[in-house]
Design a protein. Structure first.
Length: 282
């Protein structure tokens, strides 16, 4: 692995999105010299054209709409196709997620989860078309903020980066919350389950799965869950899904698609659960 030259000052402390055009490459990707970013993550979004991304011995064809994540220290190179490739590249310092706030802790956890996922499964993130499109929009919004310096932009960029990290909740490999050292505390076990549900509610989650995560008996689980949330397990899941579906519909997503993307089996199921929620609130 190549190291950064000594004495080089790092200039990308804040996340920095680059609008890059890669010229066509004629030849074998294995002949290209790979480079390394020792202390930066590279998010690579293909806007136009395509090519082949190599990370070490890993190669994959990249097309419009694809998003890749290359962790620090991974040698890599991109070879554009004969039509070239227009990309949005976000360089994110490893120090950017550090801090002692709850948000910084969650960001670091998500970043670690994303890193483990790509190093295990490959650097091209397996996202839905909607999630890939959203990721590209986030990178371009950060780029626009960089072009017009103004007070508050650092906060806006931080918020957008948090939205980008949320794709960790949408990966096919389950995201588990941090394991508590106090494994005998029912409240802590329920908190760990709620963290898990925040990422997995869009797919079927059974009570049996919740029992395995909390390591409780069925009767104890229902008592402690309702004490912590004020809701039954099914009501809590449906509230998560309802909030997501309502938000998507408000943004213009058709009800059928919003219901599907929120974890409901159908639009009619979504409307039925919404009626049930209103009756419960009445």
């Amino acid at each position: 692995m190549r190291k950064a030259p000594s004495g080089v000052k790092r200039i990308r402390v804040m996340p920095n999105v680059l609008d890059v055009y890669l010229h066509p490459f004629q030849g074998d990707v294995s002949s290209c010299r790979q480079h390394v970013h020792p202390d930066e993550y590279e998010w690579f979004y293909c806007c136009k054209g395509g090519g082949i991304q190599a990370v070490g011995q890993w190669h994959r064809r990249v097309e419009v709409g694809d998003l890749l994540l290359i962790p620090p220290g991974q040698p890599h190179v991109f070879c554009a196709s004969e039509s070239g490739c227009r990309t949005a590249v976000l360089m994110q310092s490893v120090r950017y997620c550090l801090g002692d706030t709850a948000a910084a802790s969650e960001a670091s956890f998500l970043m670690d989860h994303l890193t483990r996922f790509v190093e295990k499964n490959g650097y091209l993130l397996p996202l839905s078309e909607a999630d890939s499109r959203t990721s590209g929009e986030i990178l371009h919004r950060i780029m626009d903020l960089q072009k017009k310096p103004a007070f508050g932009n650092a906060l806006r960029i931080n918020s957008l980066l948090g939205s980008l990290l949320e794709i960790g909740f949408h990966l096919p490999e389950p995201l588990r919350g941090p394991v508590s050292a106090d494994t005998g505390d029912p409240e802590r076990r329920i908190s760990e389950l709620l963290f898990y549900l925040d990422s997995m509610y869009i797919r079927p989650v059974t009570v049996e799965e919740a029992l395995r995560i909390t390591r409780m008996s069925r009767s104890a689980f229902h008592v402690h869950f309702q004490e912590a949330t004020g809701l039954t397990f099914c009501q809590y899941l449906n509230d998560l899904r309802l909030a997501t579906a309502d938000h998507l519909i408000a943004e213009g997503v058709p009800p059928d698609e919003a219901a599907k993307r929120s974890g409901f089996t159908s639009r009619s199921n979504y409307y039925q659960q919404r009626r049930n929620r209103r009756r419960a609130d009445a």
